[in-house]
Design a protein. Structure first.
Length: 70
């Protein structure tokens, strides 16, 4: 399980969180050469964590109300 926190632009104040349940490594998320990336290349990635414990931790840290599960 990979947990990713990102923003939709560099100047945005809102953080978004997506949880990838079927991914074992963050390689597909970080890959800059992918034609169809899991998260668009324009979005700056703030933090990436492996494991379910990061969900509640990132929600509290970045004031995220709900997350997307893929």
């Amino acid at each position: 399980m990979i947990v990713v926190v990102y923003k939709k632009s560099m100047n945005a104040k809102t953080h978004y969180m997506t949880v990838f349940e079927n991914e074992q490594t963050p390689d597909k998320i970080i890959n800059g050469h992918a034609r169809k990336p899991l998260i668009p290349h324009e979005y700056p990635l703030i933090e990436i964590g492996m494991g379910q414990s990061f969900i509640e931790s990132y929600k509290a840290k970045y004031n995220i109300k709900k997350h997307i599960t893929v």
